[in-house]
Design a binder for this molecule. Structure first.
Ligand code: 9WN
Length: 446
């Protein structure tokens, strides 16, 4: 890592960020935060690995390796890998009961669902930043087959339609748990109370205000969906037929596409065949805009609900995340920039910092401290920052980067922030806030 060009504030922040990661390190991986999320989470680990790659290559590799040790035989990378000695998280490893599926690992306890596949992006970052390219190539050779197997699993089970767009079966799979994006689909579900176990939430005990977290009604629906998966023994084909929540997720699909591009680059470096990956890339190119941003709309991107066959018209940060990909025309990207400059997404107006909130602040469903219904999250801002650079919007990119740095410097390394006051909420020392800040400070590029 080159430290010469960093300001004293950036240097001090780097040190604080590294301390957050150090405190959350649990021996072979990094938990998102100490109390609220005491295990390893899938997409968190990829974001975390990107931060480590700037100053500790071994940790960056170990983070991904540990996660992939828990990969299911069929290729699925689970969203949580449990630390066996840690108690006090619900839903627990025992609750998930993954033993009902032969493909689940026997040596590791995991959840039975997945999360966005950021990992190929992280693995490629490790290669890119390595000074010893031979060693880095060996790492790619080791990890490539596992990542490809995960993408094959996604393509086969979450995109049987061959659109290059990924379907989620649960809000937790999106990583945006209680986003307004999922409201209608969740509300449509008729919860069969006989199927709901007696359970006790633990998450509300670890935040300042229980209103920061999803509601009990939302939780019942989350658990009910897991019950349907358990009833189907985590068999993807049967779940596809039975689950009442089936959505083509615009963020997961953007990440799948970007991750495939990185996977393809890896294949080229290590001399592996990339034809199947190219097929996935081609499919996403063909279907992305026509599915998520139909003509005559407002230029934003929206998830597509497979159950009712219509787009989900909720204005959230996900509507802009496609900027992270190279899938947009210059015109499409310019429209997204306009939205970012507007008060809807804190480009101007009443927000404390010009940093992008998770929901348009003018919408009736905006809630400033409630998790994915309004607060600022650093991972989505990081993706959009990279997108702004990609499309040549350097002024806005510079402003966004500086504002993210100011926000964290002044408010802390929280999980999320109230866009109106800037105040930090959720967990206090959150790993991906730290790791992505490191990436922003050290690099800023794509
Ligand atoms: C459920 C770990 C995870 C993130 C998700 C975030 C939150 C869990 C929860 O925490 O989800 O998976 O209990 O709320 O929504 O994006 O990966 O940081």
């Amino acid at each position: 890592m080159k430290k010469d060009n960093l300001s004293s504030t950036e240097l001090a922040l780097m040190e604080r960020a590294q301390k957050v990661l150090e405190n959350n390190w649990i021996g072979a991986s990094t938990k998102p935060t100490s109390k609220l999320y005491p295990h390893q989470w899938s997409w968190d680990s990829a974001f975390i690995s990107i931060g480590y790659a700037h100053y500790d290559m071994e940790r960056a590799k170990t983070e991904l390796r540990t996660l992939l040790e828990a990969q299911w035989e069929d290729g699925m990378v689970p969203h949580i890998v449990f630390s066996p000695e840690v108690t006090g998280y619900f839903p627990s490893a025992d609750y998930w009961g993954i033993h009902r599926r032969a493909d689940a690992p026997r040596h590791k306890k995991t959840s039975g669902i997945t999360q966005p596949c950021v990992h190929a992006i992280a693995a490629y970052k490790i290669y890119e930043l390595s000074s010893n390219k031979e060693e880095a190539k060996d790492f790619l050779k080791e990890i490539f087959p596992k990542l490809k197997k995960f993408h094959q699993w996604l393509a086969a089970n979450r995109d049987p339609e061959g659109t290059g767009l990924i379907t989620i079966f649960h809000p937790w799979e999106s990583g945006f748990d209680n986003s307004p994006r999922w409201d209608e689909a969740l509300n449509r579900i008729e919860v069969d109370r006989r199927l709901l176990p007696d359970y006790k939430r633990q998450d509300k005990e670890h935040v300042k205000d229980p209103n920061e977290r999803p509601s009990d009604d939302e939780y019942d629906r989350y658990i009910y969906l897991v019950e349907i998966m358990k009833k189907n023994n985590y068999d993807q084909k049967n779940i596809y037929k039975e689950i009442p929540f089936k959505i083509k997720d615009v963020v997961f699909s953007s990440i799948f596409y970007a991750a495939n591009q990185h996977l393809k680059s890896m294949a080229e470096i290590i001399g592996e065949d990339s034809s199947q990956i190219e097929e996935w890339i081609k499919a996403t190119k063909e279907y992305f805009s026509e599915t998520f941003s139909p003509k005559d709309e407002d230029g934003l991107f929206y998830d597509y609900d497979l159950t009712v066959r219509q787009i989900i018209k909720k204005r959230t940060v996900s509507s802009i995340v496609p900027l992270y990909t190279d899938l947009l025309t210059k015109h499409q990207a310019e429209i997204l920039l306009k939205w970012l400059l507007h008060s809807h997404f804190c480009g101007t107006g009443k927000c404390a910092y010009p940093v992008i909130p998770s929901t348009d602040v003018h919408m009736s469903y905006f809630q400033e401290i409630t998790y994915w219904r309004g607060p600022i999250w650093i991972n989505t801002n990081w993706m959009i920052y990279k997108g702004l650079l990609r499309y040549g919007f350097s002024k806005k990119a510079k402003e966004l980067k500086e504002s993210i740095i100011n926000l964290i410097n002044e408010q802390g390394f929280n999980e999320y922030f109230d866009p109106l006051s800037g105040e930090g909420h959720g967990a206090e020392d959150f790993s991906w806030t730290a790791s992505l800040l490191i990436d922003l400070i050290c690099e800023g590029g794509m």
